[in-house]
Design a protein around this ligand. Structure first.
Ligand code: GLU
Ligand code: MG
Length: 421
């Protein structure tokens, strides 16, 4: 009998937030772990919709996407192919980290935070999405019946996550019709973003095996229920002690934690262009959606851009570890690597400058993606965090996406994004 040969994929979450890469015979893995797979630098600019709309590299050059062995994902689905992939780093011909590698941009931010402050970041991405396997039905927010009607999707997804070392934290029926949410346990540094990419890919993988589809698109239609990707974070110091919590202070927020959050708040209007990086992202950031509209910080406020989330345990030690902050101005059109990178850099800037949270008169968030991009483009801080070459290429890339949607109405824009996210 003919024997099938196993194939493995290596990819990264790129500027469009899509998980792209290349696959090769699994038998070659030992060699590929060393040299990776060759990519055209332009691949990083493949648009959200597929065609290359703009590139700073043209057809020239060569970079290498190298699998990181610690990110191995292998899930054997019964009666189907296995889901087998790695996340990778993009290196230059000389073997150096490539300035356009999203994972490298995050690693640089995390290392900088650690070297300047000694802090290690714990983070997790709470991801909302639409699952097509649930029959159309009037909304049943958080109802057991809504959960039940998704059948084996949730259990299969959580099983797959657990099997590959992404610890499930929650899976639930959300507010909108066919809307669900999945969250994994917090992880340290780059691994937090890796887990978000893996979780998203596994949700797609499970839906596909069941003959369905998931969509992480920010909005199914302009008047619909939005799907956000909320980023929760806290910190550990060198002795593994939590540092965000201070029972004595307002909102129980430590001085350092307050400065970090204030840094994000300060840079927020500009960094929206990285965390909410598509045209429909800004249809989500409108009033009455439980999505933010201002650069505000609020304890226990699900309408705020940054929410302070209390711990609930009666044990103070455990309560301090549960205490975290949530960044709500993100969605799944963002690469988790780039989104987390700008949060870390902005927060670190807040610590460096000892910024304080502004409570009165918070600024509005940009009204559309073009406005956010202009703020990002003119931010000297962003140029330093991302590198000037990356930043100018990023702005060019996203402007081409906006231009491609000129004169397209909001309903059609949502439909197009729902097809590809
Ligand atoms: N779906 C809302 C959003 O777009 C969030 C709802 C919630 O608080 O979980 O961010
Ligand atoms: Mg939610």
């Amino acid at each position: 009998m003919m024997k099938r040969e196993q194939i493995v994929f290596v990819g990264t979450s790129d500027l469009a937030g899509h998980f792209r890469g290349k696959s090769f015979p699994a038998a070659d893995l030992p060699a590929r772990l060393l040299r990776g797979v060759g990519l055209a630098p332009t691949n990083i600019f493949i648009s959200a919709f597929g065609p290359i709309q703009v590139t700073t590299f043209g057809t020239k050059g060569e970079v290498f996407l190298v699998p990181d062995p610690s990110t191995r994902v292998f899930v054997p689905f019964e009666g189907s192919t296995a889901e087998y992939f790695f996340l990778g780093d993009i290196r230059t011909l000389e073997g150096e980290p490539w300035a356009f590698c999203p994972r490298h941009i995050l690693r640089r931010a995390i290392e900088r935070l650690q070297s300047e402050t000694g802090l290690r970041m714990l983070a997790t991405f709470e991801q909302e999405f639409i699952y097509s396997g649930v029959a159309a039905h009037p909304r049943q927010p958080y109802e057991l019946d809504a959960y039940r009607r998704q059948g084996v999707f949730g259990e299969t997804l959580l099983g797959a996550m657990r099997q590959v070392g992404v610890v499930p934290d929650s899976f639930l029926a959300e507010f909108g019709p066919q809307q669900f949410e999945v969250t994994c346990a917090p992880a340290l540094g780059v691994r937090a973003a890796d887990d978000a990419v893996i979780t998203r890919a596994l949700a797609q993988a499970v839906a596909f095996r069941l003959g369905h589809r998931v969509s992480f698109n920010p909005l199914p239609e302009p008047t619909g229920t939005s799907s956000g990707t909320h980023i929760h974070f806290s910190f550990l110091d060198q002795d593994e002690q939590p540092v965000l919590f201070d029972e004595q202070r307002p909102w129980q927020l430590s001085v350092l934690g307050g400065q970090f959050i204030a840094g994000i708040q300060h840079h927020l209007p500009a960094l929206c262009a990285v965390t909410a990086p598509s045209v429909p992202s800004y249809f989500r950031l409108r009033p009455n959606r439980w999505a933010p509209v201002q650069a505000d910080v609020g304890p226990l406020d699900r309408g705020a851009a940054l929410r302070i989330c209390a711990g609930v345990d009666s044990d103070p030690e455990r309560r301090a570890r549960q205490f975290n902050a949530e960044f709500r101005v993100a969605d799944a059109t963002a690469s988790p690597y780039l989104a987390l990178a700008v949060l870390v850099q902005a927060g670190l800037d807040g610590i460096r400058r000892q910024r304080e949270i502004e409570i009165d008169n918070p600024r509005s968030l940009p009204k559309n993606f073009a406005a956010a991009l202009t703020l990002l483009e003119t931010s000297q801080s962003a140029a330093e965090w991302l590198g000037t070459d990356f930043l100018s290429a990023y702005v060019l890339f996203k402007r081409a996406e906006i231009k491609g949607l000129e004169n397209v109405d909001e309903v059609e824009i949502c439909r197009r994004y729902a097809e590809v996210y």
